[in-house]
Write a protein that binds this ligand. Sequence first.
Ligand code: NAD
Length: 353
Amino acid sequence: MDYKITILKGDGIGPEIVNEGIKIFDKIGKIYNHNFIYKRGYLGGESIDKYGVPLSEETIKLCKESDSILLGSIGGPKWDDIDPNLRPEKGLLQIRKALNLYCNLRPAMLFESLKDSSPLKESIIKGGLDIMVVRELTGGLYFGPRNRDEEKAYDTLLYSNFEVERIAKKAYEIAKLRKNRIINVDKRNVLDSSKLWRDVVIKVGEDYPEVKVDHMYVDNAAMQLVVNPKQFDVILTGNLFGDILSDEASMLTGSIGMLPSASLGDSKLGIYEPVHGSAPDIAGKEIANPIATILSVAMMLKYSFNLVKESEAIEASVKKVLDQGYRTPDIYSEGTKKISTSQMGDLIAWNIH
Ligand code: NAD
């Protein structure tokens, strides 16, 4: 089958890490008989240099016509002093809006061989961690009515049924691809918006009898993540709580170069990208860790194309290469083998079966 992928390399280490992601697509295509067709778009600083804006109509069109999008990272000192409306980061917000991507997926995976990078005790994380935070991205407190005058200010946490329904459906579908378990996180004991949120989550769940859903208040969830993170599989939550909990969960893994993410809408089209930025301090040195990008490719295969076997083959290969002791400098420790960005990509591609 053919899959059209828009490639947005972006700035800083973006091109280096995306090149490694493409190696992985190529290897999967070869083994599993898929045809990945790449189209090059431009976002952020590289788009400013080419078109004068961080996101051009050409790139929006390209993205809309593709099956999914792989993004490196954007931004850097070169564009720090330009008009705030034209800054690279605006391009990312604009493309998410243009594609109506309301669902943010932030997995927090801790590979057993990297357990020393986690701030948590070994007894808590033994065997590794695999949590998926499903965060509503376009509603809630960050987008409700707001105002500020001399004396006071307010923001509004507003959710409508349809906004909760569509993100809840996504979470149930994602849970089906994992362990069929959701912990819904809200603040139902205090907030009316959380009462609506939980009611809708339960109602949508009637269509997914195979998925077990439990509920937790956000303050408890923040504690449970550090006390007993293994109890979580899929965490479903709103924009504000998701912002905080996804950062907390990702830090349990200890390394920013390992964390993928996805932003999804109603169709299979999504933007898959590492959580980290463009790391201008190490750009061009061939030392960036490409694993966050490679795991973003694995996510795309699973969540956009339903290629679960292929996705798991990538994750298994990453695990194997780490178990063999290979490390980029950011995750290097004594007794392991230090390798470059492209060597890491080659090894992971080579170990995919
Ligand atoms: P950053 O994530 O780029 O870097 C933080 C630190 O982590 C740096 O020391 C960097 O070298 C290191 N690091 C990041 N990714 C790494 C990797 N793959 N391998 C090894 N080390 C890695 O954050 P920052 O320095 O605050 O931001 C740099 C630029 O990136 C800014 O212009 C910022 O606006 C932009 N940014 C972009 C995105 C995005 O594209 N989604 C996200 C965050 C920041």
